[in-house]
Design a protein around this ligand. Sequence first.
Ligand code: F0G
Length: 470
Amino acid sequence: MPLSATSDRDSDKQGPQPASPKPTFCFRCIGCGSITSNAPQDFRCAQCNNLLEITDSSWNSRNPTALKSLWRERRTLNAALDLSGVWRFRELLPAPASEQHVVTLREGNTPLYDLPLSSRITGVSHLYAKHQGMNPTGSFKDTGMTVASTFALQAGYRWVACASTGNTSASMAAYAARGGLRSLVLVPEGKISWSKLSQALDYGALTCQLRTDFDGCLRLLQELVRRAPVYQLNSINPFRLEGQKTLAFELMEQLDWQPPDHIIVPGGNLGNSSAIGKALLEMRDVGLIPHLPKLSVIQAEGANALVRTLREAGGKKLVSVQAETRATAIRIGNPASWEKAVKVIQATGGTCEQVTEVEIAQAKVEIGLEGIGCEPASAVTLAGLKHLLRQGFVKKEESVVLILTGNLLKDPDFTMEFHRGDLFQGSTQDREDSSSLKPFQHPPVVLDATLDAVIRTLEQAEKSDAPSHA
Ligand code: F0G
């Protein structure tokens, strides 16, 4: 059964509850600009085949001061829609026909942390991490999935489906289960972490491991949605991006509506950067923020389609790559939302950079030493910041927010191999570069169960100077 938006707590009398708004949104092609009230199954423009985005003429007429106080007040309320860190911002989201359809797991409401160790390492004193890995299924996908699964349910679908590097499938399966929908997952065999795969299994998805990469899975899904009545929940689906906009709304609220100088986000299929950029532009247009932060996207060197698209083709045509990286979440060579991402990077004055596998591993363990942790794909943000500082694109006195997209527990194999020193086995170049990682590796120690053995180990550890910010 769908989780009713208002029925699970008897709390809807606790504060101002505006009546359910009438749907006023429509779809706009990002290429030719044509507008339609209904989107086809593949969410592409019937005229020019480009991607669609959602727009709503009512958004621009909102009063920014009233919105800020309404959204803040909702944080004290207990109605299901207000407890969601996505639906709390519903005035700037597409409105479902009925709040009864809303499928929510209390997503969003994620912490904004300061990063004392990384501040010391980089010299950036105003450095923060918005940790989307603290969402119900452990990644940022949940903020988009609550909106897109709600509209899947409203449209009367029985099956939802996605191609995934792991997090989308985990999130989709959870929201499908919660909404009473069946879910079909297409993942590249052997190229996603076990913990993400195991989430999809427990949430009840029909899980297919295909002998291809993510790009192959996505191609197959595109054909499937034309042939079978399944609703696709990849980030091509513009409802996903609408939900993911709330990351930026919530971030600005946490910063008292004073935008940072820079926001840095990992790039894979490029839905998230597009969503954050869309939210920034909309917030500026509504008058919620006085100016735009620069939005920059970081990719793994082995999956650098956007970097190459901007450098080699001026952002005018996609340069696809054969993707390879241990940050499997962003192992994507043919990103679907590349044009949306190019637009928002250019509109905000941001940039795009790539980082090596060794740099990703080092940044990941540094974020771990903050007591926070993240999955490898998220760590590209800190690694990328170091590049942007060296290039002078980011200045030490500027404020920077890193978007951490996934939880540390999402990829335990990577973490264990890193600490055991096995991560770069078989790759000669990386093995040479990776000697700098040695001081960060602390593999588990196997000892006889004696007090002496433990005390000796403790004394040795005391003598070594493990990196820390103490
Ligand atoms: N970080 C993590 C942890 C991810 O799972 C993803 C994408 C990204 C960053 C990149 O975000 O695609 O919006 O640019 N994961 C997708 C998946 C592709 O299937 O889970 P993006």
